[in-house]
Design a binder for this molecule. Sequence first.
Ligand code: ZN
Ligand code: MN
Length: 482
Amino acid sequence: MEEDLPDYVPSIGLEVHAELSTKTKVFCGCPTAAGAPPNTQVCPVCLGFPGALPVLNRVVVEYALRVALALHCQIHRPSIFERKGYYYPDLPKNFQISQKRSPLGYSGHVELPVNGELHRVGITDVHVEEDAAKLLHPEDDKDHSLVDFNRSGVPLLEIVSEPDMHSAAQVEAYMNAIRSALLYLGVSEARMEQGQLRFEASVSVRPEDTEELGTRVEIKNLNSYRAVLGAVSHEIERQTKALQAGDLLVQETRLWDDARGVTEPMRTKETAMDYRYFPEPDLMPLVVDDDWIARVRASLPELAEERRVRFVQEYGLSDYDAGILTGDKGLADLFEAAVAAGAPAKPAANWLTGRFLYLLNERGIGATEAALTPAALAELVGLVESDTITGPAARQVFDRIALSGESPKRVVVELGLTQIGDEDQLAASVDEVVAENAEAAENFRKGKEAALKFLVGQVMRKTKGRANPQLASKLLEERLKV
Ligand code: ZN
Ligand code: MN
């Protein structure tokens, strides 16, 4: 009786923890640089020694303000630091300094382009807190765990959304929007593989004809897009099936098992009371004055969504290409600089969204890590537009300049790729191709147009991509048409 089962609507909220890229920690002067030997970037404050006093890092507030204002948040004045009490080996004070009742930013929103429409997701709050130390469990010593306090006190920004997302596509668009905002605002490197961006999802489902949200399940420790999307999809399906079968759901925290693709119960959901939040007596309430807010607001850069719209209008790009370019700040910057250096917009966009992204993915690097310069891209596009080199030759050149940063003109000379656009120069290659491909030549004489394409391809091959294809085609026709 499947048609009698009601349809269920999922509601998904996301908490994002982002490591801020300040030089020093949030409450002490220890450096935050990654890669240092364990426990070398520590002091009494971030080791949690009794009596050590925290001092708030001004740059952390500046960065947090940027994000809060870019996400259209209101700003609490004052905002309050609180102690969130819990016991764990990576937390020597037995509390984390965080913000709860009066977070720096609150009541914001973000607009997501999903399937050609804008979907608005509310931002509940944006608050500052400190990271915990890192626990290490050595493979070769199952009896011990190690603690690295270099991460203890690294500034975190927690961004909490309303449960306004209703599909995996919206969740993915939201993660893209937040990550890209952090990169555009220059406040976090947002590298997931280094744990600089971590997610927790809350998922509930409700019957289509009701308003009230269903029982909420939280899923912890999601460290990649793949994990978030897998966990959310699995949880929607699990909850829907349970309700359709007449089972009750419990409010709980579950863990995502990446290998098996399922969520497992972790513990029943703690309430805010369990954390025993209370104001941190060692820090003053944080008051951000009007001037500071005005200055940060005025300095906010254009974010990805506005930039996407502008790329369509200003450069005549498709929505799709503009979306790909602006989704990656490094790629969009490269594109605009190449256009400023004289490249026509469309070919420049084609190189960057096509071959360039392919090469980056193949090597697992980002746009800013490749050697391609805007001037080199503009020069290459110019060489193609002026018919100095052919499309296939341009691709050989692009592969070189994208990774080595060489000058396209020099690569063209070095590889001998200058286009053959002279009839006499091309004539010999055309004659050889006709002689070597008698059957195709015969087919073309009989009127098979496809045979001509094949023969042009053979001329291109013989000249290592240097022949002007239109000229090759013209010469072949002259020789073969009676
Ligand atoms: Zn320290
Ligand atoms: Mn948190």
